[in-house]
Every structure is written in structure tokens, then in C-alpha cells.
Design a protein around this ligand. Sequence first.
Ligand code: ADP
Ligand code: MG
Ligand code: MG
Length: 472
Amino acid sequence: MEQGIPEAILSDTRLLQDLAEVAKDTALLNGVLMRTKEEPNSSELVTYAPFTLFPTAVPRGVFEQALAVQTQYNLLVDKISQDSEFLEEALASTAESDDFTGRLFSIYRQTIKEGRSQSVVLGLNRSDYMLDQQEGLPTALRQIEINTIAASFGGLASHTPDLHRHVLKVAGLSDLSHRILDNNPAAGLARGLAKAWELYGVERAVVMFLVEDVQRNIMDHRCVENELWSRDIPTIRRKFEDVSLGPDKRLFVDGQEVAVVYFRNGYMPQNYPTEQSWETRLLMERSRAIKCPDIATHLAGTKKVQQVLARPGVLERFFPEQPQVVQQIRATFAGLYTLDQGQEGDKTVAMAMANPEQFVLKPQREGGGNNFYGSEICRVLEEARGSSKRTAYILMDKVRARASVNYLLRRGAPLQPSQCLSELGVFGVYVRQGTDMVMNECVGHLLRTKSSEHADGGVAAGVAVLDNPLLV
Ligand code: ADP
Ligand code: MG
Ligand code: MG
């Protein structure tokens, strides 16, 4: 790790043991917490959220590039969500071949038909990047995806900078600690939620976090919830089943009017176990509560839309008079390829089959662990041959990041060095009322790091852990 943690420290076993103890206790003291697998729905038993012992070197230039492009990504997502012609064209074939996208899309079509019942839009997203660091080429920022629904860890990421600074200090590296930036996405996310709540204009109405059945990551939510309570905004947690529609399309839960529904659920098929859950999603969508995200914004975050955006001329549709914005966004794109029926899709298949190690095959899924790599790409494409199944996927260039040594601290895991890869996330918040953008901000970042043995998987999937950029 050039300019990162010195080799002498990374191999001092005795010191590392001490540091790991200090780090875990400090994580507990600082609130870097998660519930356990055994008791996912009780805080009687909590542990530290998994994290790296050391922060990871990230070049300042690409870090700043990622922060700087975020408000443009906010605008882009918001513009896409208002362009029904574009969404229809981009997603029609995928909606047909992928049942989950199909169901979301039919809710979308229905709301378009009925007209929107709320003019306030709240977007809380996280754009994720890896660094392309191939021999002989300059380091390049490459977007992996943008999450427009249930993007997590803005809460816990607000508590990790002090944790890593403390570890550096105890390791005798206090001169490095100023290279870890302050970070408070929780406050920014709460500012967006608070603004939306205020624009809804009913003082007794609540912000409702729509949550999953299994709630291991509740502390991450609590960071944001408590920010809202500190502004005297009543905030509740509920599941899909709990809501109903009242007069004037107002959304109610237990007799309380809901101003904002913040989805921390609803992003994968398992989140809709019954027809009832789909009906509830539709009901919320029709209601005049502010949805974060609304169904159009949810769809704007699909991998298929990401692929279509990378086609020549498409970004220009959204920023017709702003070539420099187009260039700024496009500079972060990796190669993305269609698998639609037809010649172009056939070409993608041939290209993937010839060099599967160079690509990632992605379905329209979230939450980590869903992508295909290497020979699996060939198997999936082989199975889809001659059918429309392949249009459920997109193909993407695999980003080649340079691995660095770190220690992944996870409850019950032995302390051992791993070759690690990192992914930088940037949190964006925007609020629009009609045609008026009333808030558009980059509110912080998240670094997640995993062992390079794993091609895929996030923190919730048990693969990646929380980290901090050490700017170099
Ligand atoms: P999800 O919505 O499930 O998080 P992602 O697109 O983020 O889907 O993919 C999951 C993980 O797979 C990422 O966190 C990253 O580790 C890995 N990955 C995805 N795309 C690429 C890529 N183009 N190059 C290298 N790794 C990738
Ligand atoms: Mg995602
Ligand atoms: Mg991801």
C-alpha cells in the first residue's frame, strides 16, 4: 500500500492483536454496531459492525471526482424519473423477461395512467465506484451502480472516521489520521427527509421507515431516525402490512398520517412474499405520501437503465445544453453492453463468451451476491440461448482494482491478513417540488472493503466490511 499503512505495522503480529482489541472496543464505544445473526430482531445482543482494522489508501483525485459528480447524478436520476418515454423504451424488454422488474414496471405504468398524487420528490441515493488500476494505465473512477432505493450504511459511516483515527493513533501513525475526512451522511439524509416532511406540511404527520422482517442493521437506521427526532419530527418503523389509505389519498398507519415513506425494504423479490405486499406497494405509490423513492426513481436505479445511459447520445438527452456535465458523468462509466434481442445483443454474447474473465453479468437485482462471473457467465448465456431470457441481464466490463493488504474484523473471525478490494460509495440527496429543485447535495461517502476472493457481495451479504478512505 504505497503511502498507506507501513509494511512494518501490517506484519507486526503482536501489535496487530492489540490494535484489533482496541479497534473492536472503540467500535462498540462509538456506536459502530449491528445486531447478531442469532438475534437479528433484538438489541439484547449486539456486536460491532464488521470493519477493516486500517483505513484504505484512496487517491485524492478520484475521491474528489466522485464527490464532485454526485449532484449531477442526483439531477440525472431525477430527470430519468420524469421521462416516461425514456423509461418505457429502456425497460420494456427487461420488464417482459424479468418478473420482478415487470411487477415494478406495472405499478409504474398504473401511476402514470392515474397521474401523480404528490408533487414533492425526495431522492436519497448512493453511487458506488471501484478504481480501475490496470498496469500502465492511469487510475480511473468507474461507477459500479447507483442505488436509488434502500442505500444503506450512511448511518454507521458517520461513526467510523473517529474509530480509524483512534486505531492509527494507537498504532503510532497519528500523522496519518488527518487524511481521514469527517463524514456524516446520516445528517445529510435526515436533512433531506426533514425537508420533504416540512413540504408535506402537516405537523403531526410522521416519517415512516418501511423496514424488513429481519433487522440486523437497525443501528444504521437509528442514526438517521434519531437525527429526525432531534428536529422533533415524529419517526416510526413499520412493515409492509401495516398501512392503509384514508380520505384524499392520505396514507395512514395506526391512525397516524404518513408524510414520508422511506423505503429500507422493497428492493428485492423476497421483500414481497405475498400478493398483499405488492398491493401495499401500489397503495403507497398511489397515496399522497412522499415516497423515497417513488416507483419511477426506483426504476431509474436499475442496471438496465445504467446500461442504456452508456449508449452514445443518451446522456445528451438529459443534459442537452451541457456538454461539460455529460462529459463529467460519462467519465465515470465502465463499458456496458446490451443483451436485448437482435444483432447488438448477439455481439455482446459472442464477446462475453470469448473472454468471460473480462466481464460481469448482472441481473436486475439488488443487495449483493446476484451477479455472474467467469465461466458462470457462459453457462447463463448458454442456457438463455434462443430465448428472450437474456434481456433480463446486462453485461459490464469488470473493473480491475489493485488489491491491498488489510485485516477484516468480523465477530468470531480469526485475525488474518487478506488481499482486499474496496468500493467507494457517495451519498446524494435531493428534494424537488414540482419543477423547483429545493435541495441537491452530496452528503458524504462510504468505503466498503472485501477480500479479493469474493467477486461479489456487500456488507449485509456478509462479504464486505466498513472502511474509510485514507486520502493519498
Ligand atoms: P448490487 O445492487 O447487488 O449491490 P452491484 O452492481 O453493486 O449489485 O454488484 C455487487 C458487487 O459485485 C459489487 O459490490 C462489486 O463488488 C461487484 N461488482 C459489480 N460490478 C462489478 C464490475 N463491473 N467490476 C468488478 N466488480 C463488480
Ligand atoms: Mg445495488
Ligand atoms: Mg452494489
